[in-house]
Design a binder for this molecule. Structure first.
Ligand SMILES: Cc1cc2nc3c(=O)[nH]c(=O)nc-3n(C[C@H](O)[C@H](O)[C@H](O)COP(=O)(O)OP(=O)(O)OC[C@H]3O[C@@H](n4cnc5c(N)ncnc54)[C@H](O)[C@@H]3O)c2cc1C
Length: 384
């Protein structure tokens, strides 16, 4: 392979600039339902009802969803129920995947939820494979937690593979570039974010889930940083994925009912005696779970651009080019951003700062690419 071919391999032709002119299309905010001890997945008796809790997935709800749903199925089976009718409370990432998992196993499932799937907090997520994002505090969990977490993550990863071959691309592998001004361990570059809480992190890679990163030699890199790596990342195009999951559920006879439960006693009013509680942050109010801490997160959305399929991670800036929009996230305090903040009011300043940081990065890339002829050839014509 000659030099130019090698840089083509490292820099795909679709590394085109993102149009940052104009204000964001919209700003969305949501709350990560964080528990220091990790998600609560356990059974509890409530009068004559069997309640299986499945909530508290922090910043990893999509990435641990199918594995958590399988835990619910196993707990339900262990209880040897005399009925197949199950109610799932909640229609976010956890509720919809729990409903589908139970339905596929033969249960007759109804979802009761205050917000329909596309209006849940889950629908406002970045849409990346992030199984250990603000999922627990390192000091509050044991080695057993790590084993259980690993199972949840690997089962979820495996389940999402079935969606990567669909032509509508609900889930897809995209290139991801990690940039750094200092020399971190590339496999931990994402972990070296500010974190004064000591969040649980797992450096061990799940089989094939996080492909190793290739270092991009400086003379072949269009990025202004001394260090840049290319990797691949599993991306959830939630605007496509959520309707697809809902359609499967409803086609198989699943029922979705708008409903708000004010207290646990309200649950006795529904017909079903088996209940999966997938209320996320809502569990703090409904079940008085004070161990749930809100972690606020915000995204400034740019309109989707055809053929832009990559992600960028540079310090506090995270970009994900999704089929249904471009995510610009600027977390000024790294992983500490939004700790114990339940406000879901958009912060226009934070959004502008993210867009500015992206525009500055792209201006430096343009400058660098103009100066280095080999990069211009490798990146092909109209880019940067
Ligand atoms: C900015 C941001 C980016 C994120 N990015 C990612 C990512 O890239 N990858 C990832 O894996 N995770 C990500 N997350 C985390 C992920 O969004 C959450 O872990 C996930 O949304 C939790 O899903 P859930 O179904 O438990 O909760 P929710 O999505 O909040 O759903 C809860 C459901 O329960 C219903 N409900 C609640 N209370 C009641 C009640 N009393 N009565 C009736 N219904 C009720 C709600 O209406 C809703 O339908 C991100 C989070 C944030 C904030």
């Amino acid at each position: 392979m000659n030099e130019s071919q090698e840089s083509k391999r490292l820099l795909p032709p679709h590394l085109k600039p993102i149009d940052t002119n104009g204000p964001p299309q919209r700003i969305t905010v949501c709350t990560r339902p964080f528990r220091a001890s990790g998600p609560r997945i356990e059974a509890e008796r409530l009068g004559d009802q069997l309640l299986i809790h499945n909530y508290g997935h922090g910043g990893s709800g999509w990435s641990l969803s199918w594995g958590s749903a399988t835990r619910v199925l196993n707990l339900l089976r262990d209880a040897h129920p005399r009925t197949l009718d199950v109610a799932v409370i909640g229609a976010g990432a956890i509720g919809i995947t729990t409903a589908l998992t139970l339905q596929r196993a033969g249960f007759i499932v109804s979802i009761y939820a205050q917000d329909p799937p596309l209006q849940t907090r889950s629908a406002r997520a970045t849409g990346s494979w992030t199984p250990d994002s603000r999922i627990a505090l390192g000091e509050a969990v044991s080695v057993r937690f790590e084993d259980a977490w690993r199972r949840l993550a690997s089962e979820t990863f495996a389940a999402f593979q079935a969606y990567t071959s669909m032509t509508s691309r609900p889930v897809e592998w995209v290139d991801r570039f990690v940039l750094s001004d200092t020399q971190p361990d590339p496999q931990r570059a994402e972990f070296d974010r500010r974190d004064s809480h000591g969040f649980f992190k797992c450096s061990l890679h799940l089989a094939n889930s996080s492909p190793l990163m290739s270092f991009i030699p400086r003379d072949q890199s269009p990025f202004p940083t001394p260090y840049a790596w290319r990797s691949r990342s599993l991306t959830f195009n939630l605007g496509v994925l959520i309707p697809l999951l809902l359609e499967e559920f409803q086609r198989a006879g699943g029922r979705l009912e708008a409903c708000t439960f004010r207290t646990p006693a309200d649950l006795s009013k529904i017909r079903e005696r088996l209940i999966a509680n997938c209320t996320g942050w809502g569990a703090r109010h409904l079940f008085g779970d004070k161990s749930l801490t809100p972690i606020r997160g915000q995204i400034a959305w740019l309109p989707a651009q055809t053929n832009l399929r990559y992600g960028l991670l540079y310090g506090d800036l995270r970009i994900v080019c999704r089929q249904d929009g471009i995510v610009v996230q600027h977390s000024r305090e790294g992983d500490d951003t939004g700790w114990n903040d339940a406000s879901e009011t958009p912060d226009a300043e934070e959004a502008t700062a993210g867009l500015k940081a992206l525009a500055t990065l792209q201006a430096s890339m343009k400058e660098r690419t103009r100066k280095v002829p080999m990069l211009r050839r490798a990146l092909n014509a109209d880019i940067f």
